[in-house]
Design a protein around this ligand. Structure first.
Ligand code: KG4
Ligand code: ZN
Length: 390
C-alpha cells in the first residue's frame, strides 16, 4: 500500500510518500518522496521556536512541498478531487492563508494513487500541528481516502526500522526486524523517554525526564556558552575536539538521578551546574567551552546508558531502538553500540535522515496503526493535542 504522511509538530514541515509491500516477509518499503522544509535559520535568530511564527511558516511551506510531492507519485487519471467549498471553509477557518492556494492546488491536481493520509496530531505545538491536520483533512476529503492520526513519538520510536539508504527512490528495502519486547530510548528536543514496547502499538513509558528533555539541556547549555541554536551538534563537535586533545580541564558535573531506582531522568540540575561553573570563571575561552562540552556530554551519556542498561536487564530486551534528534550524537552512538555489544543484543539506530523531525517516520507509524484496524479515524475527531502521550 502507498501512504502519504504530513508532519508539522515543531519547526519542520515535512511530507513523505511511503510504499510498503506486505506480500513479502519481512515487509519491504520504498520511499517515493521525502521532503523537509526546515525553519531552523529563522528560529536560530531568536534562540528557540515561537509558535505563532512557526505556524505561519508551516502554512507558507506546506503547499510547495505538497506540489513537489505530487510530481513523484502516480495519479489515477486526470480527474481532480472534489472540492466541497463549505468543508474547506470550515476546516480552514484558522488557516485563511491556505484557503485559496489549496483550492487552486486541488482543482489542478489529478487524484494521486494513495491509500491513506497519515498526520501528526501530537505531542508538539498545537498551532503548528493544526496546520498539518487541517491540510490532511482537506486532502483526505477531496481524494476520498482515510486519514490516520499519528503520535509523533511513535514516529521517532519506529524510525530505526527504516534501515539502509532509503533515499534511492527506485529501490525497496526490508523493514528492520524486531525482537519483542523491545526497548526504545527516545531522546529529542522535547522528550526523554524509555519505552517498553510489547507490540507495535502497545507502549509503556517506564521512565521519562522530570524536567528538561535531553536535547533541551544540550540547547540550554549551548546558549550559556553563546553557541548557536540548536546546541546539540555544536556541543558534540566541541566535545569531540576536547577528547582528541591530551589535556583535560577541571569541569566536573553531576550525573543526575543515576542511582535512583526508577527509570526517570532529570537534566535541569546539570544545566544549573554548568551555569555556576561558568559564573566562577573570569573568562570563557574556547578551551573552557570544549572542556564543558566534553564533561556535559559525558554526564548525559553516562546517565542515559546506565538507565538503559538496567532496563535491558530487567525486561530481558533483545532489541534496543533509539530515536529522536539526540540520536545523532556520535559519542552517544558509540556508547550505545558498546553497551549493546557487551550485552549481545541488537541495536537499531535511525538513519540520519530520520533522526530529526520528518514525515517519513510519521508515515511508517501511520502504516502500522492503519494495519491494526484497517481503517482511518473519523476526521471530525482528529484534533491537535500538544501533550499527547504514547
Ligand atoms: O527530534 P528533534 O529534531 O526535535 C524534537 O522533536 O524535539 O530533536 C532536536 C534536538 C535539539 O535539541 C538538538 O540540539 C538535538 O536534537 N540534537 C543533538 C544533536 N543533533 C541534534 N543533540 C546532541 N548531539 C547531536 N549531534
Ligand atoms: Zn521530534
Amino acid at each position: 500500500m502507498r501512504l502519504l504522511g504530513i508532519e508539522s509538530s515543531a519547526d519542520d514541515t515535512s511530507i513523505a510518500v511511503l510504499e510498503i509491500d506486505q506480500s513479502v516477509t519481512p515487509n519491504t518499503f520504498r520511499v517515493l518522496s521525502h521532503l523537509i522544509s526546515s525553519q531552523i535559520e529563522l528560529h536560530r535568530q531568536y534562540g528557540g521556536i515561537f509558535p505563532a511564527m512557526a505556524k505561519r511558516e508551516h502554512a507558507r511551506n506546506i503547499l510547495p512541498l505538497l506540489k513537489e510531492t505530487m510530481s513523484k507519485i502516480p495519479t489515477t487519471n486526470t480527474t481532480p478531487g472534489s472540492i466541497d467549498e463549505t468543508y474547506l471553509k470550515t476546516t480552514l477557518s484558522h488557516e485563511q492563508e491556505l484557503h485559496e492556494t489549496l483550492i487552486e492546488f486541488l482543482s489542478n491536481q489529478p487524484i494521486p494513487q494513495i491509500d491513506a493520509i497519515c498526520v501528526t496530531t501530537g505531542p508538539g505545538l498545537e498551532p503548528t500541528l493544526w496546520v498539518g491536520i487541517n491540510v490532511a483533512k482537506v486532502l483526505a476529503h477531496a481524494w476520498k481516502v482515510p486519514i490516520v492520526p499519528v503520535n509523533h513519538m511513535e514516529g521517532h520510536l519506529l524510525s530505526p526500522l527504516l534501515s539502509k539508504e532509503h533515499s534511492d527512490y527506485k529501490k525497496s528495502y526490508p523493514l528492520q526486524d524486531l525482537q519483542l519486547p523491545t526497548l526504545a530510548l527516545l531522546i529529542s528536543g522535547g522528550h526523554t523517554e524509555l519505552v517498553l514496547t510489547k507490540q507495535i502499538g502497545d507502549y509503556t513509558v517506564i521512565g521519562q525526564t522530570r524536567d528538561d528533555a535531553v536535547g533541551e539541556a544540550f540547547d540550554k547549555v549551548a546558549r550559556l556558552m553563546n553557541l548557536p541554536y540548536p546546541g546539540g551538534p555544536e556541543i558534540s563537535k566541541l566535545a569531540e575536539q576536547a577528547r582528541s586533545q591530551d589535556t583535560i580541564g577541571d569541569a566536573k558535573f553531576p550525573r543526575p538521578m543515576i542511582h535512583s531506582d526508577d527509570y526517570d531522568f532529570s537534566f535541569s540540575g546539570l544545566k544549573t551546574a554548568v551555569r555556576y561553573f561558568l559564573q566562577a570563571k573570569d573568562e570563557v575561552t574556547e578551551e573552557l567551552k570544549k572542556d564543558i562540552s566534553r564533561e556535559f556530554e559525558d554526564a548525559v551519556a553516562e546517565v542515559l546508558i546506565s538507565k538503559t542498561s538496567r532496563a535491558i536487564d530487567e525486561f530481558g530486551i533483545q532489541t534496543l531502538l533509539v530515536g529522536g534528534g539526540v540520536a545523532n550524537n556520535k559519542y552517544l552512538q558509540e556508547q550505545l553500540t558498546k553497551l549493546c555489544d557487551q550485552k549481545g543484543i541488537t541495536l537499531h539506530l535511525p538513519q540520519k535522515e530520520v533522526t530529526t523531525d520528518n514525515a517519513l517516520m510519521i508515515t511508517l507509524a501511520g502504516y502500522f496503526s492503519y494495519l491494526e484496524n484497517n481503517k482511518g479515524a473519523n476526521p471530525e475527531e482528529i484534533r491537535a493535542n500538544g501533550n499527547l502521550a504514547l
